[in-house]
Design a protein around this ligand. Sequence first.
Ligand code: ASP
Length: 325
Amino acid sequence: MNWKTFARWAGLAACCIPAVGSAQGYPIRPVSIVVPFAAGGPTDTMARLLAQQFQGVFKQTVVVENVPGAGGTIGVNRIARATPDGYSVLLMHIGMATAPALYKRLPFDPLKDLEPIGQVADVPMTLLTRGNLPVNGLKDLVPYLKANRDKVTLANAGLGAASHLCGLLFMSTIGIDLATVPYKGTAPAMNDLLSGQIDLLCDQTSNTVGQIKAGKVRAIGVTSPRRLAQIPDVPTLAEQGLSGFELNVWHGLYAPRGTPAAALDRLNGALNATLKDATFNARIAEFGAVAVAPTLATPEGLRSHLAREIALWGPIIAKAGVFAD
Ligand code: ASP
């Protein structure tokens, strides 16, 4: 190739072939939101609401992919190792901050291997029993658990799931250890609670308000500081004497480290448009969730919150002494 041909070729390349890692025209093909828990559960519900909104903003298909297992860490790891092209993102909750303390050999570093896009929404939790457990409120439940501690089963979505964290706090607050049963998400755990195969579950309101209203489970209490308008008869756990028992399941949207800035900007733009959308807000309000303030729906808002939460949960988990290999 002589220099003239080379110059023409180089000029052509510079003008027309997108550089590797650039995000020209992003997104030009479907975007996938990975949910690290089973389909039909709380994280899946939130991701599907986001996907619907993002699809409107991007004019491009947005799909939800469930990659469950190991309390959400398998799905997170999938995104930590994914091609950083903006076409694979992750929705994960508070478990992103507890995993470093819970797992001795975590294959990713939440602060180093992922690009934070922004916080999404805060979802409260509810402590539930199967519908035919003979208890009415916390005052009945605690003596029942004391008397039946060898028989009662508490479900969760694996070590590091919000349900696991809630169960852990509950057991340490009341001073009773129960047998726990791990699932790939709280959707299958809820099915077993409904059929009476397990006794207790603490889950996000996105998965519980409908069942509580339908009278299919017994609600013991909510983990929010105030009662929820959607289920006003359900007291808070704090008002029943579990002082300091407040749990807010915050959510963040992440991309693999190295995702081009243009794609991250577009994703953040879609997130902020979603958080302002009336339909989205009405839908999450049905289960007592609230969208975060715009200052938190930013990479820095998520990064600093994640760092604070990692520092907060580390000593609590170390004290509780729960670890996975
Ligand atoms: N949010 C999880 C799910 O979607 C469950 C959990 O964190 O407890 O199944």
